[in-house]
Design a protein around this ligand. Structure first.
Ligand code: NAD
Ligand code: UD1
Length: 339
């Protein structure tokens, strides 16, 4: 299959490109590089032995997008491109609605113009808001209770995709609701490299381990969880990537709108993550307990049954592999990171 990956040089896009290429698909990475680097193209070539096509462009540039779809004979789109920082989305909501929601409208319009009928969308467990029950199943209420503009863009895009599927019975849209992707490719050549001080737990822990940051702040230890710290469903990004390959294959035999959780079904606390990372890097990590972070939920993990039934996919890699691969990536890239 010829597949366009919007946001293809990003963290999840680059790992998905590798998995798709290893399954014999042809990929085109389409990215404006606002949160990634073109060096990723070379890293993917080193891993797979083939250089993926790369187009530097913005998803809001419809002419370039449609031209790229025609030029490469695109048959499906995996739509990763978007802004994803929760705090920033509260300060700059218009930028988030423009980039994420308006950007998706333009991707769909270019698909309509060029006759592309399949889209896999990067959604998030954030669409569930505060969980009413655990584990989270796909029929849990969505939309109400989302606490920030970033999360709302994901909820809105899911609804837009559902409306487009209602209007065109040949269209397939699979919304993959990611839980907490972490880790890196086993080669250490691609991984997660956020600019500035990381907001998310794993990249922060990795930088404390490499000595670039001094101490992990644990946001609260008075939640009703195993040790009082927040519990999340961390999933290896390589497993997550495989979920996209499975969804693309499924999209050739189903039409309509579908939502599927990509998680492991297991929760880990912040302290469990810190201790797993200590094992991976071979030394203890400094941490201190601070106040809860506003907007955080106590616990969140997936029911992954539908992914197995619908996609024939399940997560296989362990927390140890998530931490050891993230550490390998950190060691290989510590000098290259933005401060
Ligand atoms: P990322 O920032 O590494 O990748 C996103 C890519 O999109 C970047 O390479 C960026 O340069 C590109 N991009 C952004 N706006 C663009 C635009 N207008 N035109 C072209 N390219 C653009 O993020 P990621 O972690 O790989 O996330 C990929 C997707 O998955 C995002 O939509 C994100 O919201 C979603 N998601 C991520 C997580 C997570 O924890 N990483 C969780 C749930 C959902
Ligand atoms: C966050 C976003 C979510 C987004 C996801 C992936 C918020 C409120 N939610 O999820 O919308 O989809 O990232 O990008 O920002 N923690 C610490 N110290 C830290 C960082 C985090 O203790 O320095 C804790 C948090 O309180 C939480 C856990 O670690 O319990 C995971 O946090 P994080 O990695 O930011 O992910 P989420 O909050 O689950």
């Amino acid at each position: 299959m010829h597949i366009l990956l919007t946001g293809g040089t990003g963290f999840i896009g680059s790992h998905t490109a590798v998995d798709l290429m290893e399954h014999g698909h042809e990929v085109v990475l389409y990215d404006n590089l606002c949160n990634s680097s073109e060096d990723v193209v070379e890293a993917i070539e080193k891993i797979t032995g083939r250089r993926p096509a790369f187009v530097r462009g913005d998803i809001r540039d419809k002419a370039l997008l449609a031209d790229t779809m025609r030029r490469y004979g695109i048959e499906a789109v995996v739509h990763f491109a978007g802004l994803k920082a929760v705090g920033e989305s509260c300060a700059k909501p218009l930028e988030y609605y423009d980039n994420n929601v308006n950007g998706t409208l333009i991707v769909l319009d270019a698909m309509r113009e060029t006759g592309v009928k399949r889209i896999i969308f990067s959604s998030s467990a954030t669409v569930y808001g505060t969980p009413q029950k655990l584990p989270l199943t796909e029929d849990h209420p969505v939309g109400t209770g989302i606490t920030n503009p970033y999360g709302r863009t994901k909820g809105m895009i899911e609804e837009i995709l559902a409306d487009c599927c209602r209007a065109d019975d040949k269209l397939t849209a699979i919304c993959l609701r990611y839980f907490n992707p972490i880790g890196a490719h086993a080669s250490g050549l691609i991984g997660e490299n956020p600019n500035g001080i990381p907001n998310n737990l794993l990249p922060y822990v990795a930088r404390v381990a490499s000595g670039k940051l001094a101490c992990i702040q644990v946001f609260g230890n008075d939640y009703d969880t195993v040790d009082g710290t927040g519990v999340r469903d961390y999933i290896h990004v390589v497993d997550l990537a495989r979920g996209h390959t499975a969804a693309l294959e499924k999209s050739t035999v189903v039409s309509g709108w579908h939502a599927v959780n990509l998680g492991t079904g297991r929760g880990s606390s912040v302290l469990e993550i810190i201790h797993a990372f200590e094992k991976a890097c071979g030394h203890t990590l400094a941490y201190k307990i601070v106040d809860r972070r506003p907007g955080d939920v106590a616990a969140c993990w997936a029911d992954p049954k539908k992914a197995l039934e619908f996609l024939g996919w399940k997560a296989e890699l362990t927390l140890e592999e998530m931490c050891s691969s993230a550490w390998r990536y950190e060691c290989l890239h510590k000098d290259a990171e933005a401060s």
